[in-house]
Design a protein around this ligand. Structure first.
Ligand SMILES: Nc1ncnc2c1ncn2[C@@H]1O[C@H](COP(=O)(O)OP(=O)(O)O)[C@@H](O)[C@H]1O
Ligand SMILES: O=P([O-])([O-])O[C@@H]1[C@@H](O)[C@H](O)[C@@H](O)[C@H](O)[C@@H]1O
Length: 348
């Protein structure tokens, strides 16, 4: 896939399949619980897809346990219930920094995996393999690539392993993950810059479009023959949780709308930057969303009229930036060193 190729997904109501468990997130700093929120890549992604596009009808396959706390938040995408299990639970420690990582994650409970038989036997335009706690199995991804025209994978669904004692998340090389043989059938592979160290980017970009996100620096797209850096949006980070997920939601929303890959990644950067300004799930401002939809339509028209648009993403960035500031929940006192605030309480 070349970066400047506009996919043919331009007709209304494209079907998107999102596969990954919802989870409970507990955010901890200085031995104190700062917030308890609905988590899981699937929840952040559906939040972006449902808000940002009217052309998408999404099916979400997720499992939760008897203790799931957020049923009323997920009425559009009800999870499957595993009555004998707990909901997947992650603790995120923000004061145990290791290397570049801004948090240490521990999977404290794990719900059931998602099996091929949990996924409907029908066709989808786009699939998203977005597990967080090891719930996506190789056979699950195999079914996804069979029934979806294009599959986007978050590498965290493939390479995470969990310490048997305390559940700390570690990463293994993609080659050793059990998913390596499927990579030639994947359309997009998204990794954060920390996760990208666990794959051979030069090898993977020959198989699929690789997108590496770098927090406040935006992202870089590696196509087979070309490479593009996509600029970030300015944000005041409160909580980094879900930035990569919302990025992927924005990227897929853009692709489904028919934007080319760098423009779609710009939309990913946009939603990633809004997410870091909120604790837990962001609630997007309706005027901001309207403006984004208009700018996406405008960009599509502009690209259809001109064959030389492809390198000019600056204008799209400049037009999205003002919309960005229509969604600013920030109160300066919530910010501590640009990281999660000392705000105490539950964000459910
Ligand atoms: N501090 C930030 N300022 C602006 N944008 C950000 C910031 N952090 C993340 N983003 C946006 O979200 C995307 C994903 O964030 P990143 O931290 O790389 O992923 P992950 O959450 O998977 O670690 C980035 O590519 C960027 O577009
Ligand atoms: O922050 P991010 O990497 O995009 O994604 C996060 C996962 O890494 C984490 O395991 C999960 O508990 C969060 O809810 C969120 O999905």
């Amino acid at each position: 896939m070349t970066l400047t190729h506009s996919p043919s997904h331009q007709t209304p109501n494209r079907r998107v399949l999102i596969v990954g468990n919802y989870c409970h997130d507990v955010l901890i700093q200085n031995n104190t619980i700062i917030a308890e929120t609905l988590g899981g890549a699937a929840s952040f992604i559906s939040n972006v897809l449902d808000s940002s596009s009217t052309s998408i009808s999404s099916d979400l396959i997720s499992k939760v346990g008897h203790d799931f706390k957020y049923h009323r938040h997920v009425t559009h995408h009800r999870p499957l219930l595993s009555p004998d299990k707990d909901t997947t639970l992650f603790e995120a420690y923000f004061d145990l920094k290791i290397g570049h990582s801004d948090r240490v994650l521990k999977r404290v409970a794990a719900c059931d995996p998602i099996l091929p038989s949990d996924i409907p036997d029908s066709r989808f335009d786009f699939g998203m393999a977005v597990g967080v706690g090891g719930e996506i199995l190789p056979e699950t991804l195999e079914k996804m690539v069979e029934i979806c025209d294009v599959v986007a994978v978050d590498i965290q669904a493939l390479i995470r392993v969990f310490d048997p004692v305390d559940g700390e998340v570690k990463l293994v090389d993609l080659r050793e993950s059990g998913f390596y043989h499927l990579m030639g059938r994947v359309g997009f592979l998204k990794a954060s810059s920390d996760e990208a160290l666990f794959m051979d980017v030069e090898e993977m970009r020959r198989l699929c479009c690789v997108v590496v996100t770098s927090g406040e620096k935006g992202c870089r797209i590696y196509g087979k023959d070309d490479e593009v850096v996509v600029a970030p949006f300015v944000a005041k980070q409160v909580d980094p949780t879900g930035a990569g997920d919302s990025f992927l939601g924005g990227l897929v929303a853009g692709l489904v709308e028919g934007l080319d890959v760098p423009d779609a990644a710009l939309l990913g950067n946009f939603f990633g930057s809004i997410t870091v300004e909120h604790i837990g799930q962001p609630k997007f401002d309706s005027m901001m969303l309207q403006r984004v939809k208009e700018e996406v339509q405008r960009r599509k028209k502009q690209c259809n009229l001109s064959s030389s648009h492809n390198n000019d993403h600056n204008e799209f960035h400049a037009r999205l930036s003002p919309a960005r500031f229509q969604d600013s929940p920030l109160q300066p006192e919530l910010l501590v060193n640009g990281h999660i605030s000392d705000m105490i309480g539950s964000c459910d």
